[in-house]
Design a protein around this ligand. Structure first.
Ligand code: ADP
Ligand code: MG
Length: 688
């Protein structure tokens, strides 16, 4: 009995349904990410070879890679090689294989398809170690006469086997499994290829035109389904919940009238956009983007004060304890005088302190809760939480936001990030998310001068530090990230600290790392911000959000190991005060080419958005802002840089499709496909 006879094939059927896939081969496929029939259909070639036009033997050109169909005139074993002469109507050619096995089964008179590099053997053309297949008289070749897909293979799976598996899947199951789901309206408007045809064509394209049409179709699918899915979830959420209307009042006026400086136009703009969201019926879902140092905290404060004015609670989440501490101090300084009650909730509180804060949150006497993820542990109950702000939001996963959002009925959510997410990504991942951008820095800021030093030049850095300290400024010294373990952090910090102490014994040097208790960390940060430490040796614990305006220099050791956005974040620790600031990137002798590219980009580019685009191109979209964290798989076909136009098109079509039929009642196939592909993500996200 055939295996097909037992199970009805579906996209989710295991790849082992394909004859020949099993045991070792199926394990090897799994390593390539192929578990199901669907994975097999969408297992994309990473390049193609145009082998469409085989040559007559007299037309073979040395130096080129060519294909031909010919007969074997003569074949012999020579040492551990095989040599043959082949002929067709137009002439002869030689073939040399670097193995003696071929002579065992290729015989004189056989008809062969060969494909390989041509060189000159005296005056005759020679195929050097070509691919080949033996053909019966009228049998068409499979390795030439086509555009050949080249798959990401591994040692257990040759190209030949992969091609065979893919083609078997296509021949036996594609028709049955790849049911059209796009509305015919869309298919017709763009003259799109059918799904089944598109999948066939990306594997075995007839020509370049068809290939592009096929790829565009599949890329459209991914971008369209994702955006439609996200829009559906937004709509159903909005129709279920009504948000509280929050409006600024007395406290807000008092606060803004007494600011020690004028807000930048960009800050005013962003504040305005946020406040008008908060005054509406729909829960706000907004991302505030602004380069490091652009003053996002102040905008967040404005939003929180409007919440206090409206008699509800706000929560302000930060990704690290240090940052939560710092926000707590900033808020206490500026808001406590207005009579606003602020509490800090982190994981390291004593039980009694924690109890007190939990009570205050539950009875509503605490207006603003600042904290880390401890804010959304089970037993934290709010009296009336209506605004949630997540600082440095690229560090939060969807799950965390969902959990916090669940604590209010339909709280307004503001996420803030200094890692500017390129527009295309924002759109595709966050769908209905609104974006505000702070595109200017407070006046008087000078760009941070950035230089890189190679090992022979390192000694310059010490003079630079002395100079800064001499002028009353302070410096960060950031240690390389060895592994994600606290142990190696500790080690590299200690080493750098001892080294610097040896070189500059006259300076006040101290260190901070992940192993210290939150209290110790807070203590050291406090000493640093009050100017009692000249040089702070640290790990990336200072990466996000720390604000010490008097620090005017940052040295990053082994800078090639850090990612671009991380480097930019680190650089953002300086350039916050009046003084001209400098960022020194130390290049290790073993720096990788990619690392060197990142360092060069940092030296040349100061704008965070521009760097983010570079990052997108260098690393590809999947990595840039941890899409995986958001539960969205990487695209298999779509490329957000290449397919930007398709992305916009897909968004417009998704909007149009959902406008009259928000639940897709008239497009059941489409609805089903959206839930099939994005089910988990959508369910999870409906709560957010
Ligand atoms: P980020 O956007 O990186 O979170 P912060 O909110 O920490 O930036 O602000 C950086 C620094 O700029 C803080 O010291 C803050 O007090 C100051 N700042 C914010 N807005 C202004 C402004 N309009 N004029 C002058 N200084 C400002
Ligand atoms: Mg900040």
């Amino acid at each position: 009995m055939t295996r097909q006879g037992i199970i009805e094939p579906r996209l989710s059927s295991p790849a082992t349904i394909i004859p020949g896939v099993g045991g070792k081969k199926s394990q090897a496929l799994e390593k390539l990410g192929v578990f199901t029939l669907e994975d097999m259909f969408y297992f994309m070639p990473f390049r193609y070879e145009d082998r469409r036009f085989p040559k007559p033997l007299c037309g073979l050109k040395p130096g080129k890679t060519e294909g031909a169909i010919a007969y074997v005139q003569d074949i012999v074993k020579r040492g551990n090689q095989t040599e043959a002469v082949i002929f067709d109507d137009t002439g002869t050619a030689r073939v040399r294989w670097f193995t003696d096995k071929i002579a065992g089964f290729v015989r004189e008179g056989m008809r062969l398809a060969v494909y390989g590099q041509i060189s000159n053997y005296y005056i005759e053309p020679q195929f050097t170690h070509p691919e080949f297949e033996i053909l019966a008289v009228n049998q068409p070749p499979t390795i030439i006469g086509i555009v050949l897909p080249i798959y990401p293979a591994n040692s257990d799976l040759t190209q030949r086997i992969l091609r065979k598996f893919v083609n078997t899947a296509l021949n036996d199951y594609a028709e049955k499994c790849l049911q059209e789901f796009l509305p015919s309206r869309i298919l017709q408007r763009y003259g799109m290829m059918s799904l089944c045809e598109a999948v066939r064509q990306v594997h075995n394209p007839d020509d370049e035109k068809k290939f592009i049409r096929a790829r565009n179709r599949l890329s459209f699918d991914e971008l369209f389904l994702l955006q439609a899915g996200v829009m559906m979830r937004r709509k159903s959420y909005a129709s279920k919940y009504h948000a509280k209307h929050l409006t600024p009042g007395k406290l807000f006026t008092l606060f803004t009238e007494n600011l020690p400086f004028t807000m930048t136009d960009a800050q005013l703009n962003a504040t305005h956009e946020i406040l008008s969201d908060m005054a509406g019926d729909m829960p706000m879902n907004r991302l505030l983007q602004g380069d490091v140092g652009s003053g996002k905290t102040l905008v967040a404060e404005c939003a929180m004060i409007a919440a206090c004015d409206s008699g509800v609670q706000a929560a302000f989440m930060a990704p690290t304890e240090i940052l939560a501490q710092q926000h707590y101090m900033t808020l206490t300084k500026s808001l406590a005088p207005l009579g606003i009650n602020i509490a800090l909730l982190t994981g390291s509180l004593k039980a009694s302190e924690r109890r007190k804060i939990l009570d205050g949150l539950a009875d509503g006497s605490i207006n603003i809760a600042v904290g880390t993820h401890a804010l959304f542990s089970e037993n934290v109950k709010f009296h009336d939480l209506a605004l949630v702000i997540a600082d440095e939001q690229h560090r939060f996963g969807v799950m965390q936001r969902v959990k916090l959002a669940e604590k209010g009925t339909a709280p307004h959510v503001l996420a803030m990030t200094a890692t500017p997410i390129p527009r295309t990504l924002v759109m595709s991942i966050y769908g209905g998310l609104e974006v505000s951008t702070i595109n200017e820095l407070p006046p008087g800021r000078k760009p941070v001068r950035t230089i890189s030093l190679t090992p022979p030049e390192y000694s310059r850095v010490y003079d630079m530090i002395r100079e800064q300290v001499h002028e009353g400024r302070q410096a960060y010294w950031v240690c390389p990230l060895i592994e994600e373990s606290d142990d190696s952090d500790l080690h590299s910090v200690k080493e750098a600290y001892d080294n610097l102490r040896g070189i500059m014994p006259e300076l006040r040097i101290s260190f901070i790392h992940g192993r210290l208790s939150p209290d110790e960390k807070a203590g050291i940060m406090h000493e640093f911000s009050s100017g009692k430490i000249d040089v702070l040796v640290c790990t990336v614990v200072v990466e996000v959000g720390v604000d010490v305006p008097n620090a005017s220099m940052i040295v990053i050791q082994d800078a090639g190991r850090f990612g671009l956005s991380q480097l930019h974040q680190l650089r953002g620790r300086v350039g916050r005060g009046e003084a001209e600031s400098v960022c020194v990137l130390l290049e290790n002798a073993e720096i990788s080419p990619a690392g060197h590219e990142r360092v060069s980009a940092m030296v040349q580019i100061s704008d965070g958005f521009e760097l983010a685009e570079v990052d997108l191109i260098q690393r590809g979209p999947g990595e840039v802002c941890g899409i995986r964290q958001h539960g969205v798989n990487e695209f298999r076909v779509a490329d957000l840089v290449r397919d930007e136009k398709i992305l916009y098109l897909a968004r417009d079509e998704a909007e149009l499709t959902l406008k009259d039929d928000p639940e897709l009642e008239h497009e059941p196939e489409l609805r089903q496909e959206i839930f099939r592909r994005l089910g988990g993500v959508l369910e999870l996200a409906t709560a957010s």
